[in-house]
Design a protein around this ligand. Structure first.
Ligand code: AHM
Ligand code: MG
Length: 285
């Protein structure tokens, strides 16, 4: 549903900003809101979903917490990541993370689990084709939407990220504000024949990194000491996918999946990709 809305956005006049900001002070695009509503409507009707939390919402939505013996889940998502790419028909995506709902404490607390406890994660890239990449903890599967039949067809079973790859992906416009170690790494990469690739939509940048290898970086900056990317909706699900594909995902100070979240919209620095390339960044840090 989201893919088809995006493809028709220019024709239906749903491109551009809605005119107000989301809870995090970021300008919301009309399609951010549409994608969010589609996900809330679809997930809201599933009896297995206890709580949903969205990058676009202020608080988690508690749907059903009664304990009738059924297993229930928390689904956290960024409905439309990289939405500033929409105006230029660039790649955008949806990212999701699934945690087991733990009855007992305050329902809001059950979304604040370390990423290592995710039972599933994935993304959908709305690019030149619609690609769905997911894991439930035993490898990574890749599917492509066949619009002719309206179904996702599996194109890769147990996807593996290359162990190395001479590509770095970072917003180099922020370079002067990066900590010294990141600048040293970029100098090293540039003097060793690396290419830079940066779409500016995490789903597209991580997808390329998974398939071609290399490293994706969103370092801390002076203005944003925890970086820009959100732990629960972006860093954790991507970290689970990358690790499941044989890569690494770090904050610069440890494994992303080991971070105990403190708040719903918490941000975290991200260094993820091919194991050898992540190690090389960490050496420079
Ligand atoms: P969004 O969730 O508000 O779209 O922001 C997240 C996006 C990521 O997709 C991307 O990696 C990053 O922001 C790009 O940020 P910048 O423009 O600072 O390079
Ligand atoms: Mg995002």
């Amino acid at each position: 549903m989201i893919a088809s809305q995006i493809r028709r956005a220019r024709l239906e006049d749903v491109l551009g900003a809605i005119g107000h900001e989301n809870v995090q002070g970021e300008e919301q695009q009309k399609l951010d809101v549409i994608a969010n509503e589609i996900l809330l409507a679809c997930l809201g009707s599933r009896s297995g979903v206890a709580i949903v939390a969205s990058e676009e919402g202020e608080e988690p939505m508690i749907l059903r917490t009664e304990t009738d013996g059924a297993k229930r889940y928390c689904v956290l998502f960024d409905p439309l990541d990289g939405s500033s790419n929409l105006d230029v028909a660039g790649g955008v995506g949806t990212i999701f993370s699934i945690l087991r709902y733990e009855p007992g404490g305050a329902p809001e607390q059950s979304v604040l689990q370390p990423g290592a406890r995710q039972v599933g994660a994935g993304y959908i890239l709305y690019g030149s084709s619609t690609v769905f990449v997911s894991t439930t903890g035993s490898g990574v599967q890749m599917f492509v939407l066949d619009p002719a039949v309206g179904a996702f067809l599996r194109v890769e079973e147990n996807l593996r990220i290359p162990a190395s790859g001479k590509i770095y992906s970072a917003n180099e416009g922020n370079r002067a504000a990066f900590p010294q170690g990141y600048r040293d790494y970029l100098d090293w990469a540039q003097s060793h024949g690396y290419s830079g690739r940066y779409v500016g939509a995490m789903v597209a940048d991580v997808h390329r990194t998974l398939l071609k290898g290399g490293v994706f970086l969103y370092p801390p900056t002076e203005k944003a000491p925890a970086g820009k990317l959100r732990l629960l909706y972006e860093a954790n699900p991507m970290a689970m996918l990358v690790e499941q594909a044989g890569g690494r995902a770090e904050t610069g100070e440890g494994r992303i999946l080991d971070v105990q979240p403190e708040t719903l919209h918490q941000r975290i620095p991200v260094v993820l990709g091919s194991a050898d390339e992540v190690a090389r960044v960490l050496e420079h840090l």
